[in-house]
Design a protein around this ligand. Structure first.
Ligand code: DHB
Length: 518
């Protein structure tokens, strides 16, 4: 447990809490009343599963969402309000609102330069110190997409944007910027490290709810979406609604006085549960070679893996579908039954019989019988091929991982955040005293089930089966923890898809609007 005074003490010096603008000047206090008249009218043709839609919309650009911003370039949001679709007037005021972040790599994300819906660049991938995707992986890394960006994910090699599709379905789309880990001020202070990004997203939600009736849309039906680090933040936003632990941070930047609880979450390949992610990674991908063909240190890998066993037991989670208690011993079987074989079955059922035969010939370890795909865990692991990350995957010994930077502080760019890496490097396991509280603030698993947090009711969780940016258990545990807390969870994996895949965006948008009918 952390209390407010500890947070204040830990972070006052950093400027994160101080309400100081970049450069040290106290930022001007701004009105948080949404100006309904300040828009440009734009038109966009959007490809949907049911054909192209020509959407006319009002575009409200770069609106600061806090009254005392630290950096207005990031603490601003865009709003797109559909006016007509294929020439027919639409009114989005009773529809859910899509709240679509474009965070990648825990990097800063700004919407200030966007020229329309879905236009914010998704910066920063691959994050520093992270290895490039394995050669064998299909073109699914977000890295390929970051330049064109705009909340974009990938379906069959093509760019897909939840923001575009929600607009084409007649919904208001809010696209927030947020501070990120690499930002430094003139004095060299890191002001976008944890928990800045989640504080900003919460402040942006508060802004939207504060402007209920002015921003068209049902503010009780805010649906968050994000991918990877953005998927993690989307999940965290949904898990931690109105948690008092964020209050001092939100107060410091002049967040609007309104709830930041949201209704539903879309989370693609969330890079989350960071303090357990190294262990989980070795449990999942410990025997997969690196892209240059060599294995990671199997002794260290085994040590981390045994940490995963203890952690998984401590969670006391049950698998979806009546699977029973989840342990490191049965987790592979769980993933096969609940996610991987169904994903392969779906994928193969969509192939023509010719293409299916060719796929089976190329992948002899996969069996196809009575319309169902089956295979074993070690077959699956070798099917995936190279792992994307070294060891440890997140708390790098040399502090080179993006996550080390995420837990930087003041003028220190990067710090260790696990006892394992801290001990390996320094001989003693004690991480800096402020870090455990920061880890909590960044982890949806910490908030799910806490009585003082309001957790979203509905969840859409997706990851590709060739995504080795984190362990599949991270994603599956999130789903299981939510289900244990009686949330409605729609979780699935995309067969043979890599990092950043979003192969059923149209279904997600349909799910959004279905979920909104009371
Ligand atoms: C992202 C990817 C990573 O591998 C990671 O460690 C953090 C973030 C991303 O794509 O956002």
């Amino acid at each position: 447990m952390i209390n407010r005074r500890q947070i204040m003490q830990a972070t006052l010096a950093t400027g994160i809490l101080s309400g100081m603008g970049v450069g040290g000047a106290r930022a001007q206090t701004r009105s948080l009343v949404f100006d309904t008249k300040n828009y440009t009218e734009l038109t966009k043709t959007i490809q949907t599963a049911r054909g192209d839609r020509v959407v006319a919309y009002r575009f409200y650009k770069a609106i600061p969402y806090v009254s005392a911003p630290v950096d207005i370039a990031y603490q601003s949001l865009n709003i797109s309000v559909p006016v007509s679709i294929d020439g027919k007037p639409v009114d989005s005021s009773a529809s859910p609102i899509l709240f679509s972040n474009s965070v990648g790599g825990y990097m800063p994300s700004s919407v200030a330069e966007a020229t329309g819906v879905g236009g914010a660049p998704m910066r920063g991938l691959p994050p520093m110190g992270m290895q490039p995707p394995p050669q064998a992986a299909p073109l699914t890394g977000i890295g390929a997409e970051v330049q064109s960006g705009g909340n974009a994910m990938i379906a069959g090699g093509k760019r897909v944007s939840n923001a575009d599709l929600a607009l084409a379905a007649g919904m208001t789309v809010v696209e927030p910027g947020a501070r990120g880990r690499t930002l430094t001020d003139a004095a060299g202070i890191y002001y976008g490290v944890a928990p800045a990004a989640i504080v900003d997203l919460k402040a942006a939600v508060k802004y939207v709810r504060f402007n209920k009736g002015r921003i068209p849309g049902d503010t009780d039906r805010i649906v968050s979406s994000g991918t990877s680090a953005g998927g993690a933040l989307s999940a965290l936003l949904g898990a931690s609604g109105d948690s008092p632990l964020f209050a001092p941070y939100l107060e410091a930047i002049g967040a609007a006085d309104a709830s930041d609880a949201i209704f539903a979450v879309g989370s693609w390949c969330p890079i989350t549960d960071l303090e357990h992610a190294d262990m989980a990674y070795e449990w999942n991908w410990g025997t997969n070679p690196l892209s240059r063909g060599s294995a990671v240190d199997q002794n260290l890998s085994a040590q981390l893996k045994s940490g995963f066993a203890a952690y998984q037991s401590s969670l006391k989670l049950k698998g979806l579908g009546g699977f029973g208690p989840l342990t490191s011993a049965n987790y592979a079987d769980y993933l096969l039954k609940m996610y991987l074989q169904p994903a392969a079955t779906y994928y193969m059922s969509k192939l023509s019989s010719e293409d299916r035969a060719a796929y089976l010939a190329k992948n002899p370890h996969i069996r196809w019988k009575s319309g169902k795909a089956s295979f074993g865990w070690s077959d699956y692991i070798s099917h995936v091929g190279a792992r994307k990350k070294g060891l440890p995957a997140f708390d790098a010994f040399d502090l080179s991982a993006g996550e080390n930077n995420l837990f930087g502080r003041d003028k220190t760019k990067a710090r260790h955040f696990t006892a394992f890496s801290q001990k390996h490097v320094t001989g003693a396991p004690e991480i800096d005293a402020d870090i455990p509280a920061l880890l909590n603030l960044m982890n949806p698993m910490f908030f799910i089930g806490r009585p003082d947090a309001s957790t979203a009711e509905r969840w859409w969780i997706r990851v590709g089966t060739k995504d080795t940016d984190t362990s599949l258990s991270v994603v599956a545990n999130l789903a299981a923890a939510l289900e244990a807390n009686k949330r409605k969870v729609n979780s699935a994996m995309y067969w043979d898809a890599g990092h950043g895949a979003n192969e059923d965006a149209d279904s997600f948008v349909r799910w959004m609007s279905m979920a909104s009918t009371r």
